[in-house]
Design a protein. Structure first.
Length: 136
């Protein structure tokens, strides 16, 4: 399994969002390392940190979308909810003793590259507009 290398297709041009996304990439890459070494305790820690940080990030992102009047905010929020539900399901399986690190790593990598590379790009223009208003 390869780590995620940040590239320009992940850039939103919204500095705070890109910073948050880079933290998520860091956690995914930490998971790749833990998976390679079959570090079960590290997997549990990363899973917990990922869920907590994702909730924080999603809340911030959703507030920006609401403020910007992004027309697909509700749909985007549903994507976030499904992500958290999947993490919760994987966490339950992990707590039951199942080895889920490879599946978790694959899920996070696919989700990140698709969600950030495509779905988050859809709100960029609307949010950038209000970010300019906020920063002035």
């Amino acid at each position: 399994m390869t780590q995620i290398s940040w590239n320009e297709r992940f850039d939103t041009g919204i500095e705070v969002i890109d910073f948050q996304h880079r933290k998520i990439v860091g956690m995914i890459n930490d998971l790749h390392v833990a998976t390679t070494h079959r570090e079960v305790a590290a997997t549990a820690d990363i899973l917990t940190r990922m869920r907590d940080y994702a909730l924080e990030h999603f809340s911030f992102e959703e507030e920006l979308m609401h403020a910007a009047g992004y027309p697909f905010t509700k749909t985007h929020i549903q994507l976030h909810q499904r992500f958290v539900e999947r993490l919760d399901h994987l966490s339950q399986r992990h707590q039951a003793g199942e080895y889920i690190a490879n599946e978790l790593s694959q899920f996070l990598t696919k989700w990140f590259t698709h969600h950030i590379g495509h779905e988050d790009q859809d709100y960029v223009v609307d949010v950038q507009r209000i970010m300019k208003d906020i920063c002035i």
